[in-house]
Structure formats: structure tokens, C-alpha cells
Design a protein around this ligand. Structure first.
Ligand code: SAM
Length: 209
């Protein structure tokens, strides 16, 4: 049996170790795909919430191979879409229209208020210092800018195999962290398909700074 996350003391894992793991994982196209079906609700929700970005700037935090950023850029060709990831090997797959950036989301190399929108899909769970990552994401988004976090629900912990550093989140936990920096925060259960009832594994947090 695995301990629920709020009781379980996470082992200390270095950023280098996490980077190394994802650099190796980049070769695994089956589990770390470089494309995503744009009809998947995780994508649709981000597109809908951000609306027309026009010539604005958006940041994909922990972008992996840039499968979400690719679609955001296709739908917003005049916007600047940047993809940030810890693993350089992931960034090699990012399409050329996306500005790549190799860094940790806990120490973003951008000035305050640089982006109109930022999102993190299944990447915050790897940040280890979650408070710091949320603070950094919020710092680089402009006042009035929008943030989406899509990640897994702590109440379903144990359902999937996870690396030692991974963390899933309770709904109120991330609402509270986002609420420290943002004026509007909400969360909802989502599934891959809009017309399929969510099974509780995935949550989306939406915030406006
Ligand atoms: C499960 S993948 C998700 C990738 C992408 N968001 C997607 O949905 O396709 C998690 C990604 O987070 C990245 N990552 C892990 N820790 C990170 C950190 N501290 N800062 C930035 N990226 C990180 C990994 O390198 C990996 O590419």
C-alpha cells in the first residue's frame, strides 16, 4: 500500500536527477508524445480560457515536446509562444515556431509580468517545490493575465505508477496557492473528452492574476 500524499514524506531528489530522467524519457514517444489530438478537452479548455491571444505572449511551463504549444501557436499565429522545460532532450522536439527555453519552473528566467498567459499540463507535479513554482508562474504573468494548471488529483494517488518526486494535488491546495497571487481562482474536474463524465483523475485550475 502507498501512503496518501499528505502523510508521505517525499524523498529528496535533485533537479539534476529529474532532468536526467526526462532527458532519457524523451526517446519514449509512446509515453511522451510530441503531438496531441486538438479535440482533447485539456487542449480545448486552455484555448477557450485564453481566448484570442492576438500578438500577446504565452508560456508553456514544463512543455515537454511542445504538443500543447504547437496547437496554441497554430490557433494564435501572431502570438509569441514560448516553451520552457528542464530537459533539453524534450526541447529538441519543440516545433521551430515555439521559442524554446531550458530552465526550471522554480526559477523562471523571465522578468515580472512578461506573459499574457501561462499554463502547465502535467508538469507542476514534477516541480518538487510547488509553492515556489506557482509563485514563479504567477510572477511572470501580467496583472489581468491568465493561468491554467492541469494536473492529477491527490485523492486518486496510487492509480498510476509515479516517480519518487511526483506529487498530485488536492483541489483546495492549489486554489489556495494560486489565490496568494491571483484575483480569480477556480477549479474543476475534467476528462479527455468534453462529453465524457470526468472520473476524478484530472483537475484543471484556472486563475486570473
Ligand atoms: C509529463 S511531462 C508533460 C509535458 C507536457 N506538458 C505535455 O503535457 O506534453 C512533464 C515535463 O515536465 C518537465 N519538468 C519536470 N520538472 C521540471 C521543472 N522543475 N521545470 C521545468 N520543467 C520540468 C519534464 O522535463 C517533462 O518534460
Amino acid at each position: 500500500m502507498r501512503w496518501p500524499p499528505w502523510l508521505y514524506q517525499k524523498p529528496k531528489v535533485s533537479l539534476d536527477e529529474i532532468r536526467r530522467s526526462f532527458n532519457e524519457a524523451a526517446a519514449d514517444e509512446e509515453h511522451f508524445p510530441s503531438t496531441i489530438d486538438p479535440r482533447i478537452y485539456h487542449v480545448q479548455l486552455i484555448l477557450e480560457y485564453f481566448g484570442d491571444l492576438r500578438t500577446g505572449r504565452a508560456l508553456d511551463v514544463g512543455c515537454g515536446k511542445g504538443r500543447f504549444a504547437r496547437i496554441l501557436k497554430e490557433r494564435n499565429p501572431d502570438a509569441l509562444v514560448a516553451g520552457l522545460d528542464l530537459a533539453e532532450a524534450m526541447l529538441r522536439f519543440v516545433p521551430k515556431e515555439i521559442a524554446p527555453c531550458s530552465a526550471s519552473m522554480t526559477d523562471l528566467p523571465f522578468a515580472n509580468d512578461s506573459f499574457d498567459a501561462a499554463y502547465a499540463t502535467e508538469s507542476l507535479e514534477h516541480a518538487v517545490d510547488i509553492e515556489q513554482a506557482i509563485a514563479e508562474i504567477c510572477r511572470v504573468v501580467k496583472p489581468g493575465g491568465k493561468i491554467v494548471i492541469i494536473d492529477k488529483n491527490a485523492e486518486h494517488w496510487g492509480r498510476l505508477k509515479t516517480p519518487a518526486w511526483e506529487k498530485w494535488f488536492r483541489r483546495k491546495e492549489l486554489e489556495k496557492l494560486l489565490g496568494r497571487h491571483c484575483t480569480e481562482v477556480s477549479s474543476r474536474f475534467i476528462s479527455y473528452w468534453e462529453d465524457v463524465e470526468p472520473d476524478g483523475l484530472f483537475l484543471a485550475w484556472l486563475a486570473r492574476k
